[in-house]
Write a protein that binds this ligand. Structure first.
Ligand code: MG
Length: 253
């Protein structure tokens, strides 16, 4: 494994800047995450206004991808991943508000491990896919469950503005094979699993998606959610916590 590095973006002086989290400090960089160039400034992490760590051209998501969740739902294990998309306008960062749309009466959290792509790939083998992964972050695949059932397909249910919190940063150089993944609502644990229960792992998924569409740098793949999805109400605070990455907290309005 490569050295562990945490890449973030923060709002600073009216601009969104890239940075590298080093202990309790964010070092703002002039260049790209993997070619940082000179340091612009160093600011305390506690004072940093983190935004979504990337601005993806697309967010590719996978349905049912945890064995226990598939069993719980009475589904057979899928032979290949079932894909859907969320538009980039769903992305928000840590601390930003998830807005329940007037059109829905049931909005659910879905804790997910997110894969962030580092370089353009197409028709990639799992090995090439592994080399193209920049790192991992926490995601919440917020879903209007009633509209998902009513529409018969998922575009509207998955695509409202604010329906894809990402963050708090991208953890690079970590092994994603067996990490705890949890969701908390108002401090109460609602989802708890491990990424070792994934049916299709990150490299396999990235390879699969790359045989459908070209993946661009900073595109995001959501790897599916474990059992325990549930509703979010106005005034709630939802937290997605993944071992080795960190904690993504968002209020709900
Ligand atoms: Mg999902």
């Amino acid at each position: 494994m490569a050295e562990e590095v945490r890449y973030c973006r923060i709002r600073h002086g009216g601009h969104v800047r890239r940075g590298i989290v080093e202990g309790e400090v964010v070092r703002l960089i002039a260049g790209e995450f993997t070619a940082p160039g000179e340091t612009i400034a160093e600011i305390p992490l506690a004072a940093a206004e983190l935004v979504a760590p990337v601005a993806p051209s697309k967010i590719v998501c996978v349905g049912l991808n945890y064995r226990a969740h598939a069993a719980e739902m009475g589904h057979q294990l899928p032979a290949e991943p079932v894909l859907f998309l969320k538009p980039p306008t769903t992305c928000i960062g840590p601390g930003a508000t998830i807005v329940r749309p007037a059109a829905s009466r049931r909005v659910d959290h879905e804790a997910e491990l997110a894969v962030v792509i580092g370089r353009r790939i197409r028709l990639a083998t799992p090995e090439a896919a592994a080399a193209a992964i920049l790192g991992y972050t926490c995601a919440n695949d917020v879903t209007a469950r009633d509209l998902q059932a009513r529409d018969g397909q998922w575009t509207r249910a998955k695509s409202f503005d604010t329906f894809c919190p990402l963050g708090p940063w991208i953890a690079a150089g970590i092994d994603p094979a067996d990490l705890s993944i949890e969701a908390f609502v108002n401090g109460e644990r609602r989802q708890a699993s491990r990424t070792s229960d994934l049916i299709f792992g990150p490299c396999e998924l990235v390879s699969f998606v790359s045989h459908v569409m070209t993946l661009e740098p900073h595109d995001v793949i959501l790897t599916g959610t474990p059992a325990g999805v549930g509703p979010l109400e106005a005034g709630d605070e939802v937290e997605i916590r993944i071992e080795g990455i960190g904690s993504l907290v968002n209020p709900v309005a």
